[in-house]
Design a binder for this molecule. Structure first.
Ligand code: SF4
Ligand SMILES: [Fe+2]
Length: 288
């Protein structure tokens, strides 16, 4: 519960505020870019929501903040229905022909990384783990359960073990990041892509960590973990952190160029939605 006594001083006056428990994960800016921005050590509300759309997006940011650092001033609480906002998460990804969702409820254990849900005919998949919440468990049950939990890399395992136990789902991680989730049921080896079903390919992409992988669904959605994100112009860009090797990451991205995709879904930062041709050009520009 955010505390107005512990407010970040850069917040502008109004209903929404960020307090100093903020871990600067940037998720609020990703979800409500018109209203939240970085303010040095923390994020803050730099523009109070004015339209219905901005109010809805700011409520999404409040619900999905990994540490509950976003609050509504007590005099404004009657204007917002937080319980209803919770019911609106997970969110279906816009413009999708297949069913892919942002799960929300980012976990502080993955530094507020995003996780996703794929509705697939042969069983539903989770990509990286959110917080373990009763709301999400019930929602996943309503979608038919969970067969696989794909972990892009060691940083984003969060509560995957709890979800695996709840649903009997198989966790998938690369051998080189296995120590982060040692009980995983499926362990990937080497650097060759691995197909699951007819429409899912897991693509090893070492660099950010040694065992980092991406997942390609339907030749459309590329779950990019911490390697690819969006720049300020909403173009494809590399993430800012690399724990293993930038050189290896560059070599991995060169191999990624053989795959087609048109939507990127990162752990941190915003998605890019483009044509396959444009996406390919932006990836090649990064590789160059
Ligand atoms: S989502 Fe929460 S923790 Fe992350 S930057 Fe925003 S206020 Fe801070
Ligand atoms: Fe990471």
């Amino acid at each position: 519960m955010a505390n107005p006594q512990n407010i970040v001083k850069q917040n502008v006056d109004g209903a929404f505020f960020v307090d100093q428990t903020c871990i600067s994960c940037s998720n609020c800016r990703d979800l409500a870019p018109q209203n939240f921005a970085s303010a040095g050590d923390y994020f803050a509300v730099f523009n109070q929501p004015k339209t219905d759309s901005e109010r809805a997006m700011s409520l999404d940011a409040l619900v999905c903040c990994p540490v509950g650092a976003i609050g509504i001033q007590s005099e404004n609480k009657g204007e917002y229905d937080i319980k209803k906002a919770i019911q609106l998460v997970p969110k279906e990804i816009a413009n999708s022909s297949a069913k892919v969702f942002y799960l929300g409820f980012n976990s502080p254990d993955s530094y507020g990384g995003k996780s996703y849900f794929i509705k697939s005919g042969s069983g539903n998949w989770m990509v990286d783990s959110p917080k373990f919440t009763r709301h999400l468990v019930d929602w996943i049950k309503s979608q038919g359960g969970l067969s696989h939990i794909f972990l892009t890399h060691r940083d984003d395992v969060a509560q995957a073990g709890d979800y695996a136990k709840e649903f009997g789902a198989k966790r998938i991680i690369h051998r080189d990041d296995l120590d982060a989730e040692p009980d995983s049921e499926i362990v990937l080896e080497g650097v060759e892509p691995v197909s699951f079903d007819s429409n899912i390919i897991i693509i090893p992409q070492p660099g950010h960590t040694k065992g980092h992988c991406m997942l390609l669904f339907n030749e459309q959605f590329l779950f990019t973990g911490d390697v690819l994100t969006a720049d300020k112009e909403n173009k494809l860009a590399q993430g800012g952190y690399c724990w293993y090797s930038w050189k290896v990451q560059q070599e991995s991205l060169a191999k990624l160029a053989q795959f087609k995709f048109s939507v990127t879904l990162p752990s941190h930062g915003r998605s890019v939605i483009a044509t396959q041709k444009l996406m390919s050009e932006q990836l090649r520009a990064i590789i160059r």
